[in-house]
Design a binder for this molecule. Structure first.
Ligand code: GLC
Length: 473
């Protein structure tokens, strides 16, 4: 690390393994490591939530930064096994209870949640000035006010805003937000305080104010300029077209490695791919599915509208006719969970339903399944299709966002375009044709497993953006 490399703060609501709810946590826990290898002087900053174990940090490096008459202490830890510092911001009132998002979901509706992240964003800016950081890399709506705060304060710090998912935006009535921030409308006549629906929209503020905006795949970057995917912010995004980039997410290839993963019945690599079968048998046993020689399809993820669960529901009788077994792991909306429970009752021989968050079972599904399902309605990047390819499990995905950018039809997986169970089933049929031909299937598995999904290339692109903003070569 060059001594004088400008300090960069990576501000996120989540960071694995300390506090992770979704893909955002994985990115914040792995991209900084790859950036550090490229000599970026990056440190992560997250709130010190009640769910983070004390073992992760030992040193209080700053006592009592003042933010809104509150005191914030800064504890330091490191991303495990690395030199990447993580700053945990401590404040009991705003961060001290109810986990990351209060209700364990990333939904930005309650004002408590909005207050939490407005306060966090203000605190990050104070920390940046304390540490003389030159750039703040913000992620999703939770930290999207930082660019505007920086401008209002006439701070010289540069900002990048990464959009991981536009569907959650952090919206509330303008008066509530402005009162909390003690912002006087009269002093900022140019501030756009109402979105299409008359809300103060935190994500919109970030999109308009950040020096650079990016999303987590090139295809999603194009999609969000349209009304279909723009979630009402397409016009604002179009205004920023010149400064808008799409950089595909990578994977922590050390963590997601079938050769080293301690949770598998049997480790394997491409050279020992026949051992994958041991994992398949174990998965069936754990899930209570009959030990039959039929294709096993896995699905791991949040059970939300985004993930295309309705498609699976409608297609299920046909999947059963084709002889498939399916393992589903995840939790989410009550309605979707109820739909799936109905299916599990109807087809106990074909569906194993696991409505929970279970990292170990997730890894067993990636290793033990033949195919992996991601029929998403939209998908900014997606992680499951990357992990599954690394595990030699062939993804069947909808051709949207990052899925379109990382799965190649007939080479590493199968894609379908229309959001319909009929189109999805066509893709499954194509996959089964390959599956029936052992040689063809092996080739597919090989092509998927050798693909490079490491962070290296994407980290280089981020480092380039950092350099552009910091005007260093
Ligand atoms: C969000 C998106 C997902 C993406 C992840 C990390 O969870 O829904 O597509 O992979 O963020 O960027």
């Amino acid at each position: 690390m060059p001594k004088k490399a400008p300090k960069i703060l990576f501000a996120s609501a989540e960071c694995a393994p300390f506090a992770k709810v979704g893909g955002l946590g994985d990115v914040a826990g792995s991209l900084p490591v790859a950036l550090r290898k490229l000599r970026s002087n990056v440190a992560v900053v997250i709130p010190k939530y009640d769910v983070i174990s004390q073992d992760h940090f030992s040193k209080k490096i700053i006592e009592g930064i003042k933010v809104k008459k509150e005191k914030v202490n800064v504890w330091q830890g490191f991303l495990p096994g690395t030199q990447v510092p993580v700053y945990f911001l401590e404040n009991k009132k705003f961060f001290g209870n109810h986990g990351v998002y209060f209700k364990k979901t990333a939904h930005a509706s309650s004002f408590k949640l909005i207050e939490r992240f407005l306060f966090f964003s203000q605190a990050v800016l104070e920390l940046a000035s304390f540490l003389d950081a030159k750039l703040i890399h913000c992620h999703d709506w939770h930290t999207a006010m930082i660019p505007l705060f920086a401008k209002l304060k006439q701070s010289e710090v540069k900002t990048i805003l990464t959009i991981h998912n536009l569907s959650s935006q952090g919206k509330k009535k303008p008066k509530k937000v402005l009162d909390f921030l003690e912002l006087k409308r009269s002093r900022h006549p140019n501030l756009k305080i109402r979105d299409k629906h008359h809300n103060f929209n935190i994500f919109q503020q970030g999109i308009l104010a950040a020096d650079i905006v990016n999303t987590v795949s090139p295809t999603y970057c194009q999609e969000i300029l349209t009304a279909k995917f723009g979630e009402g912010l397409e016009k604002d995004l179009r205004k920023r077209k010149k400064d808008l980039y799409g950089i595909i997410n990578g994977l922590d290839t050390e963590r997601f490695n079938p050769q080293k993963n301690k949770n598998l019945a049997k480790n394997y690599s491409l050279a020992t791919i026949e051992r994958k079968a041991v994992n398949k048998t174990e998965l069936r046993q754990i899930c209570g599915l009959p030990l039959k020689d039929v294709p096993l399809l896995g699905l791991v993820g949040r059970l939300t509208q985004q993930k295309g669960i309705e498609i699976i529901f409608d297609a299920f009788p046909s999947l059963v006719k084709m002889g498939c077994q399916v393992v589903i792991l995840g939790s989410g909306g009550k309605k979707l969970e109820a739909m799936l429970k109905k299916l599990a009752k109807l087809y106990p021989q074909n569906l194993s339903l696991n409505l929970k968050f279970d990292i170990v079972l997730g890894q067993k599904i990636y290793a033990g399944s033949d195919m992996f399902l991601m029929p998403s309605k939209f998908e900014p990047c997606g992680l499951g299709q990357l992990i599954s390819q690394r595990y030699g499990t062939i993804p069947i995905v909808r051709e949207v966002g990052g899925l379109a950018d990382t799965v190649v039809e007939g080479r590493t997986g199968f894609l379908f375009q229309k959001y319909s169970s009929a189109d999805f089933l066509k893709a499954v049929r194509r996959a089964l044709e390959f599956y029936q031909d052992e040689k063809k299937w092996r080739k597919l598995v090989k092509q998927a497993m050798v693909k490079d999904f490491s962070w290296r290339n994407s980290a280089k692109e981020y480092a380039k953006l950092y350099r552009k903003l910091l005007l260093v070569s």
